[in-house]
Design a protein around this ligand. Structure first.
Ligand code: GLN
Length: 486
């Protein structure tokens, strides 16, 4: 039962072959037995209450395609009834008095909350090792990182601890862990999904999205997740869409842009081979490959690592032990209280970002760093618009390598930043992007570590991305594979 997709579970619930309560119990038991550290808060009583409510709705025939399906939330979304920590000591005991819009939308659809998922502290990281609660392990190889920052989300889907999960992507945090754990995830166009109740990292980049086993499942989840929200000032006011409407479209004539900058030095040969094999599969499905260029790709790293910390330094000022968060026990005066509370509450990576952010925004450096980065951000977005003159979607790797060993880059922040090279520019441009499983690495160590294919679309083209991903998943079975023992 636990290996089934959301779509399959939905059919069983509709046919009354399984109840929401049975499903909730089954996944809770799996979570209890797991040693991955993917979940950082559960509340079985509340989960079972929600499941009983879903069963009531099913009995009354008051169902959506998601009613009774369990879902787990990245601990960046605030939830009533579960702790909301952002993976930080700062919010270790925080219980939100309200639900994030996304959490509320899934509840309205009748989904059952399984608990909260581990992530890098305040979503800053690429390996999940920056979590105060310790790293999540990659279910394919427990000595490897699951990716980050949504590592708990990706590991939970891969280990079939949940059929659906939420995640957030500021510079790759949906696509990269999805890729390294062999699951499907989509980061929508900036503004599609409400940021209300999503603990802010870099507000001009943050975007929520779903993770699941398949593109079809992600489409069903996005249907409930997307939509205008007056409580989010950058929410897009657009009519509701059925993101699954184009799934069945054939790919005959599809033009796929292949950015040469995504296949250069730094890309591991095993990742390249898996991605190229996927591209050949697309050719078999009737698509043509077009050589394109995204010349500013390399600049996305310095630009992102100026803009994101700048915004973070502002967003995180609220965690001062007074308005929000951990307060030091002993202090001399008010300034000392702020200083100690923040020193104790934040981890090293978060402090590093706050320092960098405050620096690039400060008088005398603002023009040289922050303003300059904003200008290049604009050019990065223009690169994509030029490319979309020649192609319908863009494809390439998500991560230059498969998942690395736990600890391998833990003391090297720059090595982590460099691994974000293929995901940052999509976020800076605000474009939608996906990762779908397309194979594994090679050699003794990497043969069980998954590779993801990245699919990038133009603004609002989520339905097309899901179509392109779904057609590949009809022709291949990478997305159906699960780690040994699952
Ligand atoms: N790895 C990137 C960072 O550390 C992206 C994180 C994210 O998308 N939340 O900032």
């Amino acid at each position: 039962m636990h290996t089934k997709t959301l779509k399959e579970l939905s059919a069983l619930l509709h046919a009354k072959q399984v109840s929401a309560s049975e499903l909730a119990k089954l996944y809770l038991a799996r979570i209890r037995q797991s040693d991955l550290n993917a979940f950082i808060d559960i509340n079985e009583e509340l989960t079972l209450q929600q499941a009983a409510q879903a069963d009531q709705r099913i009995a009354n025939n008051d169902m959506t395609p998601l009613t009774g399906i369990p879902i787990a939330h990245k601990d960046i979304f605030v939830t009533r009834g579960w702790r909301s920590t952002a993976g930080s000591k700062m919010l270790m005991n925080y219980i939100s008095p309200f639900d994030a819009t996304v959490v509320e939308q899934f509840r309205t659809a009748g989904m059952v909350t399984l608990g909260k998922l581990n992530c890098d502290e305040f979503a800053m990281g690429s390996s999940n090792e920056n979590s105060f609660f310790g790293p999540t392990k990659n279910p394919w190889d427990k000595t490897a990182i699951p990716g980050g920052s949504s590592g708990g989300s990706a590991a939970a889907i891969a280990a079939r601890l949940a059929p659906a999960a939420t995640a957030t992507d500021t510079g790759g945090s949906i696509r990269q862990p999805a890729s390294l754990c062999g699951v499907t995830g989509i980061k929508p166009t900036y503004g599609r999904v409400s940021r209300f109740g999503m603990i802010a990292f870099a507000s001009s980049l943050d975007q929520g999205g779903p993770m699941a086993q398949s593109a079809e499942d992600c489409g069903l989840l996005l249907n409930a997740m997307a939509g205008f929200d007056a409580r989010d000032s950058t929410s897009l006011e657009r009519p509701a869409e059925d993101f699954t409407r184009d799934l069945a479209n054939p790919l005959q004539g599809l033009k796929i842009g292949i950015p040469r900058e995504y296949f250069g030095a730094g890309l591991a040969s095993d990742v390249e081979q898996a991605v190229r094999a996927a591209l050949r599969e697309y050719e078999k499905l009737g698509a043509t490959l077009v050589d394109i260029s995204l010349p500013k790709t390399e600049l996305s790293i310095p630009v992102y690592y100026v803009i994101a910390p700048a915004e973070a330094s502002s967003n995180l000022s609220r965690f001062d032990g007074v308005r929000y968060g951990h307060r030091a026990k002993e202090y001399k005066d008010l300034a000392d209280m702020y200083r100690k509370s923040r020193a104790e509450g934040f981890g090293d990576e978060v402090k590093r970002r706050i320092l960098v952010g405050a620096y690039v925004l400060s008088h005398g450096y603002y023009d040289a760093y922050y303003l300059q980065a904003q200008k290049i951000r604009r050019l990065i977005a223009q690169d994509f618009q030029n490319a979309f003159q020649q192609c319908d979607v863009i494809m390439g790797p998500v991560s230059p390598t498969v998942a690395w060993d736990l600890g391998a880059k833990a003391d090297d922040p720059v090595a982590n930043y460099l691994a974000d090279i293929f995901t940052l520019s999509t976020s800076l441009a605000g474009l939608p992007g996906m990762s779908i499983p397309c194979g594994f690495g090679q050699g003794d160590k990497n043969a069980k570590r998954p590779v993801g294919l990245q699919i990038i679309g133009n603004y609002f083209d989520e339905a097309k991305l899901l179509n392109v991903a779904h057609q590949y998943q009809l022709a291949t079975d990478w997305h159906r594979r699960a780690p040994d023992g699952v």
